[in-house]
Design a protein around this ligand. Structure first.
Ligand SMILES: [Zn+2]
Length: 237
């Protein structure tokens, strides 16, 4: 008796694949040309293809706990997410980078509640969201705001990648910050002009696109500071 996972693999090959065989063979023959780099949290309830109505060949995806972007600090190490960003921009020439956080994010919650002592990698990784935390009691509201602030923080950090900054400045790359609210089926997109998140059903565009060109005079956190001060509970959410 095949186990459950094996049954699923067989089902894909026998039932699903025949319907998409031509599409996949085209993608092999012509290569992949995705136009979107999707940086998302690893959470199982975040399903990028469903949210964006995309299929094979359309999204280049990198996922991690919290949908975080590590700093481009030149340090040698196994920086999987940084490598994916470089590959997507320099090799695939993507036109969009989406950073997608979500409601009820365990990574964001762990910023307040901590992680098991043996999770040393997780503990270090979560520091990439530390700056988004608020000096308040942990409430659903505070967590939601932190999730959104974390998205903006990652957008700011993306702009520190030389190849990202360059492409955004040249108008060939747009950055989008999204906060997916699982229970509503709604993505809230970051609007750089208002400094807040707007429901996709009401928004005029799919995010910041393009993110404002990096200003050399900026301390790199101008927008984050703006959002910091302009945020009220549930405001703009
Ligand atoms: Zn998450």
């Amino acid at each position: 008796m095949p186990d459950d996972l094996l049954q699923r693999l067989r089902s894909f090959h026998e039932h699903t694949f025949p319907g998409v065989q031509d599409q996949f063979q085209d993608l092999v023959r012509e290569g992949q040309h995705p136009t979107i780099l999707f940086i998302g949290c690893s959470d199982s309830r975040l399903v990028p293809y469903l949210l964006t109505g995309t299929g094979p060949g359309e999204l280049f995806i990198v996922r991690n706990v919290g949908a975080f972007v590590p700093p481009h600090d030149g340090s040698a190490g196994y920086h999987g997410t940084a490598a994916a960003i470089e590959f997507a921009v320099l090799n695939l020439n993507v036109a969009h980078i989406v950073v997608c956080g979500h409601s009820h994010c365990g990574g964001i919650r762990a910023l307040y509640e901590g992680v098991p002592p043996q999770a040393t990698n997780l503990k270090a990784w979560l520091e990439l969201g530390r700056e988004a935390t608020l000096p308040v009691q942990v409430t659903p509201e505070a967590l939601s705001r932190t999730e959104q602030r974390a998205v903006v923080l990652q957008l700011e950090r993306l702009m520190d990648y030389p190849m990202v900054r360059e492409r955004v400045g040249a108008g060939g790359l747009a950055l989008h910050g999204w906060h997916y609210v699982i229970e509503e089926g709604e993505v809230y997109v970051f609007d750089v002009k208002s400094g807040g998140f707007v429901a996709a059903s009401l928004a005029e565009h799919s995010g910041t696109g393009p993110f404002r060109p990096h200003d050399a005079a900026d301390d790199g956190h101008a927008i984050f500071n703006e959002i910091d001060s302009s945020y009220g509970p549930r405001e703009g959410r």
